[in-house]
Design a protein around this ligand. Structure first.
Ligand code: UD1
Ligand code: CA
Length: 457
């Protein structure tokens, strides 16, 4: 087995982003740009992944805390060639090939990388680079080929003649290099060019001189584009989104208007579920089969069973929703919410850190926080759990079969016993025994002829 090590270049500031944040930490589909590159690299099972950081190194390393990455520090950003030079001491014990990736090419797919590895090994080259043809190659290094079709050089935009600038085949910034050759080439890179930078692509000319370079052209240019400014970031986001939605549609999910929905990479959705237009499904969303998600819903970190209906404009974050339940429209489920089988949360209800038992209903205009609600409970319109006394949060327990009338307050800590009834308008500050009716309403008085009396004054 030939060894494979990965080196990701991520030390640049990303001047064209006009940002205080290092470019590679800008987010694409809820993860930093460079995380996507690391993910693609990991799928190849390399021996080691090294990442070169420099600008905002601490921030980048903090983000990756706990992930198996070897850090390389590049003190000053003198160019991609210099970045690789900084990694040489850490590569001394590695054998086989080094896959070099740019930290700002996040849509790269591991299938393409595997093709590159295979082609490099079959061809027996010392250097293989990946190219593609872009509709607009502005800003990229161009692949200059001779009349025989063989690569002659890689020329950066700023060093290119008008003729070279018309070439649309570009260097993707992905290289596979025999580690036995790397140091010899990289140490010879100079900075005699328009940007006074050490250019990694200069190793191409060296490898040609030593008879061993191949360029693998891949047609999927959308996966090979770099992110240098915010327009490219937005374009990458829409490519990513289209890819993910297409993958889910292929598995039997309906998107009524695929172009309007945003879905994180790890979303799992069951067959025959229908996602209406303008839904945003953030990280860690799992939805079962046969569900309907209405328009303009935002879901994040939630597990949803099968046959669940979530109506328009609902916001769900950190909730578990069991099968046959219904939510919304205009519902907000906050972290720690558990809706059991066949339960219902209707319009303008907010639920936080609470369990709603099987078959129970919170249908209108309520706030339920820190509550444990049993089975077959009915919560009337405008019910509020007063869970916070200004210092601490307290719990409300509502046992099975309870009926809570409209416009009630449950002043926690409080327990409503099984099958009890709270009359409308009640403020319950004491526990209610099982089966009892609780009522705190003040008696209704009538003052006769009020209308006539008002006229006389
Ligand atoms: C580079 C290539 C270009 C290629 C393009 C593909 C060079 C000189 N040019 O251009 O041929 O078409 O990528 O996207 O390599 N970096 C460092 N340290 C540095 C400079 C850069 O780690 O000193 C990192 C950056 O963080 C970035 C990557 O290297 O992730 C590429 O650098 P960037 O400045 O974006 O190069 P491009 O101009 O895009
Ligand atoms: Ca770039």
């Amino acid at each position: 087995m030939v060894g494979l090590t990965v080196l990701i270049l991520a030390a640049g500031q990303g001047t064209r982003m006009c940002s205080d944040r290092p470019k590679v930490l800008h987010e694409l589909a809820w993860s930093p740009i460079v995380q996507h590159v690391v993910n693609a690299a990991q799928r190849l099972n390399p021996e080691k992944i090294l990442v070169v950081t420099g600008y905002g190194a601490q921030q980048v390393q903090e983000y990756f805390a706990g992930q198996a990455i070897t850090w390389v520090h590049q003190e000053r950003q003198l160019g991609t060639g210099d970045a690789v030079r900084c990694a040489l001491p850490l590569l001394q014990d590695c054998t086989g090939d080094l896959l070099i990736l740019a930290g700002d090419v996040p849509l790269i797919r591991s299938e393409i990388l595997q093709l590159l590895v295979n082609a490099h090994r079959q061809g027996g080259e010392r250097l293989t680079l990946l190219s593609t043809t872009l509709p607009d190659p502005t800003g990229y290094g161009r692949i200059v080929r001779g009349a025989d079709g063989r690569v002659r050089a890689v020329v950066e935009e700023r060093d290119a003649s008008a003729v070279v600038r018309t070439i649309r085949e570009i260097n993707s910034g992905v290289y596979l290099v025999a580690l036995s050759c790397l140091a010899g080439w990289v140490n010879r890179i100079g900075n005699n060019n328009a940007q006074r930078e050490y250019y990694l692509p200069d190793i191409v000319a060296m490898a040609i001189g030593e008879g061993g370079v191949a360029v693998i052209h891949h047609e999927d240019y959308e996966s090979l584009g770099g992110i240098n400014d915010r327009s490219q970031l937005a374009r990458a986001e829409s490519v990513f989104r289209a890819r993910k939605v297409a993958e889910l549609m292929a598995k039997g999910v309906t998107f009524t208007d695929p172009g309007s929905c945003w879905v994180a990479a790890d979303a799992e959705i069951g067959r025959d579920t229908i996602i209406a237009p303008h839904c945003v499904l953030g990280p860690s969303v799992a939805i079962g089969a046969n569900c309907q998600i209405g328009p303009f819903c935002c879901l994040e970190k939630c597990q949803i069973g099968s046959d669940v209906h979530i109506e328009a404009f609902s916001h769900v974050n950190g909730a578990e929703i069991a099968g046959q339940s219904s939510v919304g429209p205009f519902a907000r489920l906050r972290p720690g919410t558990v809706l059991e089988q066949g339960s219902k949360v209707g319009n303008f209800c907010e639920i936080k850190k609470s369990r709603i038992g099987a078959g129970s209903k919170v249908s209108h205009l309520s706030y339920i926080g820190d509550a444990d609600i049993g089975r077959k409970v009915n919560i009337g319109a405008g019910t509020i759990t007063c869970n916070y006394d200004g210092v601490n949060k307290h719990k409300t327990v509502i046992e099975d079969g309870v009926f809570i009338g409209s416009d009630t307050q449950l002043i926690a800590p409080v327990r409503i016993g099984k099958n009890a009834v709270l009359a409308a308008g009640t403020s319950a500050s004491k526990d209610v025994p099982e089966g009892a009716l609780a009522i705190t309403r003040s008696p209704q008085k009538h003052i006769p002829d009020w209308h006539e009396r008002k006229k006389k004054t």
